[in-house]
Every structure is written in C-alpha cells, then in structure tokens.
Write a protein that binds this ligand. Structure first.
Ligand code: PMP
Length: 436
C-alpha cells in the first residue's frame, strides 16, 4: 500500500472519528513556535521557574534508589502514597475529609475528562458546558459523539438563569443533559471565576434537576488576589466529580492528574482507566510523591503565582495602552488566560495568517465553542512570555487589528466576516479557546 493517503481509510473509520477534522490553524502554529514570533497562543506553564537542577537530582534518585517500584507496573487506581498526598493538596483548596479511596490517579487532567466521558456518555448525549470552554474537553466530548450545548457566562462566571434555561430546553426536547462540565475557577479560556454567591445557586440548580457536575479545577491554586472561592466539591460530596492536575502547580510533562469521585462510582472509573492505560505511570507518580515529600512545593506555587501575576499585569496594561478602541477583554484574578473581544465584524480566525506574518500568535475564539461561535474573540496567554515580550506581542497584535479595521473601512464589513455573531454575554465579560 504505497502512496496511500489518510483519505484511503475514510470508509473504515469508526463513526466517532468522522467528526474529527484537522484545523488549518494547526499548521500555522508550527510557524508560531519560531523564536521571532511572540506567542500568546499556548497554555504552557513557565517551567523555567522550577529548580530544575534539584528536580533532576530527585528524578535521578527515583530511578537509581527506587527503580524496582518506580520502573515497574503499578495499580490502576494509582499509588496509595500519592492518593493520600492528593487529599492533602485538595484540603488546601477547602476540600476536607476526602478519602484516598475515592481518588483515581489519571494521566493528566485530560485523561480524567476522557474517563468520565467514557463512563457517562452515549453517542448523541447532551453535555452542558460554559461558552467558551476548554478545547481539550470539546475534543473528548466529540470523540464520545456527544453534543455540547453552551451556557453563557458573564464576569461572574456561569449565569444561573442561562443554566436553568439550558436544562429546561434539554428536558423539553426529550434529551436531558447528562452532566454539566464546568471550570469554575480562573476559567480556560475566559479567565473568569464563578462568584462565591453563584456557587451555591449553580449547585442547587443542578441538584434540583438531577444533573451531575464535572468540576475541572487545574488553576484554582494559581490565585493572584487572596484565595480563590472554595471548589464546588467542597460544598457537595455527591453528584460532583472533581478533576485536577499537577500540570500547572508542578509540571505538565509528568502527566499526573486525578479525579475525586463519589464513592459508588470509583470502581467503575478504575476499571475504565485499566482498560485505557492499565495503570498511570509509576515513575511519574513517584516523581510527584518525591516532589511533594522532599521539595518546597507550596513555595513553588507562590513563585508561579508571583510570576503569572506580574505577567497578567503586563498583558493587561499593554492591552489598555495599545489596543484599538472597541476591543475589550476579561480581567482574570488567577490562572493563565485573558479572553479578548474584537470590534464588531472582525474575524479572529481569518486574521491568523496576517498575525503570524506580523510575528504574533493567539488562538482564535472559535476553537473554544462547539457551534462556530467566537469569531470575534481570541484567547491570550500570559504565563509563558516575559512582560517585555507580552507588550511587544500586543503592539504587533494591535497593529494587525488596526489594519483589519482600515481594510474593513475601505471594503465594507462583509469583507472579513463569514458568519454572524451569535448572542452571548457582553463582550467585555465573555471568555473563549486554547491549545493546552
Ligand atoms: N482542563 C483544563 C481546563 C485545562 O486547561 C487543561 C490543560 N490546559 C486540562 C484540563 C488538562 O491538563 P493536563 O495537562 O493535566 O492533562
């Protein structure tokens, strides 16, 4: 079979694969990783802030002194040492009294989402999710052949009335949603946080409707202004699946995350994970355990917070100083992302090649919606670039936007718009997508 192309396999693919398309944006991002391009596109933590020599030494010892276990298969649920430590980590966010028995260690937060999708979703099932939402969750739901119905947010996160409306719509159409997938704290991509007042309200609505909640919380510990509101799982033990990861508080390269599940479901999750990966990496789990045991991990989180706060401030003030009138953006109090809304009629996806030519990259808003919304939005990341680079990136970006506006003034608005803007939260309050 020489000279075959991917298309030769089209008729053989499983149905779940047929909706999967490669985005043209992907090709552009290969260019975006060139050093001359200021990338506001990724979602990478600033790993250079870790004490890499000490981490290297720790990993070396893990192989040489504990290789008999760290290089061996482990158990599907994850090591008991790590599950106990995860309970301690969660208690810092306000989830107290969790049992290590109800924790399932996963291959990053991403596998946590995949396992829950496999556990609950049949083809055609409906999932409720913030609009915009995490692009990797959209990929998981698409692979499960589920349909995502977005629920609007504003500056205080999910809008309770919009959630009630979405639930009622599902019931009325005979297809009630299976669960709500939510990132309540420092949302990716929107950068907004569900307010304290709304947390109870959202939980009450879900409880009344019998709707399960998947709470995805990779960023909760990266707060810039005091502690983040307590997670939803800290308020309800049943009906809430709490997912998190060491990717943002330690290192994503190790691929260690977890689910804290209601007790009844734990066994099924473990079986699902065994079918999927047999067991999470013993070496990666050992590395996290050693890191949490022997290194100042709480101080490291403070280091990350300080760096990201400085970079958020730099990006916000560059946007304030340089962006053309009519552009708005969210003001995150933690996490890694800002969601920007362009002047009406501009198309962030169509603009990508021009931005790359101007040596700046971002992720267009459409990637964060399952329904084509988000054309005049973009997600901007501030965790990876220095304050100076961020400012230079915004300078380049604002130049591209100004040029778009000038072109539009000459050729008319329809020159750059290919789909109407959908109804949604007010521009300044709206969140949007990411690659990580
Ligand atoms: N959930 C959200 C909201 C994320 O932003 C990410 C990573 N960007 C993940 C899950 C997956 O994280 P991990 O690297 O642990 O797989």
């Amino acid at each position: 079979m020489t000279g075959t192309t991917q298309d030769d396999y089209t008729d053989r693919y499983a149905r779940r694969v047929r909706g999967m398309t490669t985005s043209e944006i992907r090709a552009l991002f290969a260019v975006a990783s060139r050093p001359e391009v200021v990338s506001l596109a990724g979602g990478s933590p600033y790993i250079a802030a870790l004490p890499l020599d000490a981490v290297g030494e720790m990993l070396n010892k893990l192989g040489s002194e504990q290789g008999a276990t760290s290089l061996q298969y482990g158990i599907g649920q994850g090591t008991i040492e790590l599950r106990e430590q995860i309970c301690e980590v969660m208690s810092l966010s306000g989830i107290t009294g969790a049992s290590p028995d109800d924790v399932v260690v996963t291959v990053g937060g991403q596998q946590a989402l995949d396992l829950l999708a496999r556990l609950f979703l049949d083809p055609g099932d409906v999932v409720l999710a913030e609009g915009p939402t995490y692009v990797g969750a959209l990929g998981v739901f698409q692979a499960a052949q589920a349909q995502v119905r977005h629920v609007a947010m504003d500056a205080d996160g999910l809008i309770p009335a919009a959630l009630e409306e979405a639930i009622a719509e599902g019931v009325a159409s005979g297809r009630p949603a299976k669960f709500l997938y939510t990132i309540p704290t420092f949302q990716n991509p929107a950068g907004v946080t569900l307010s304290e007042a709304r947390r109870e309200e959202i939980l009450d609505i879900c409880e009344r409707a019998g709707l399960l909640v998947i709470e995805d919380d990779p960023y909760g510990m990266l707060s810039f202004e005091g502690d983040a509101p307590r997670p939803l799982r800290a308020r309800r033990r049943e009906g809430v699946f709490y997912c998190s990861t060491f990717s943002k508080t330690f290192a994503p390269g190790l691929r260690v995350g977890w689910i804290l599940a209601p007790h009844a479901v734990r066994d099924k999750l473990v079986m699902m994970s065994e079918a999927n990966v047999l067991c999470p990496s013993a070496f990666a789990q050992g590395a996290v355990t050693q890191y949490l045991t022997t290194m100042p991990w709480r101080e490291q989180i403070k280091v990350y917070r300080e760096i990201y706060r400085e970079r958020r401030d730099a990006l916000l003030s560059a946007l304030e100083d340089l962006m053309p009138a009519g552009t708005s953006w969210t003001r995150p109090t933690g996490g890694l992302f800002i969601w920007a809304t362009l002047p009406d009629g501009l198309d962030s996806k169509a603009m990508v090649p021009r931005a790359i030519a101007a040596r700046v990259a971002y992720v267009p808003g459409t990637g964060f919606y399952a329904d084509g919304t988000g054309r005049n939005n973009m997600r901007l990341n501030y965790s990876f670039s220095t304050p100076e680079r961020l400012r230079e990136g915004v300078r380049r970006l604002s130049g591209v936007i100004e040029q778009e506006l000038a072109t539009r003034a000459v050729f008319g608005a329809s020159a750059t718009i290919s789909s109407p803007r959908r109804r949604g939260p007010a521009a300044a309050d709206t969140p949007g997508p990411d690659l990580a």
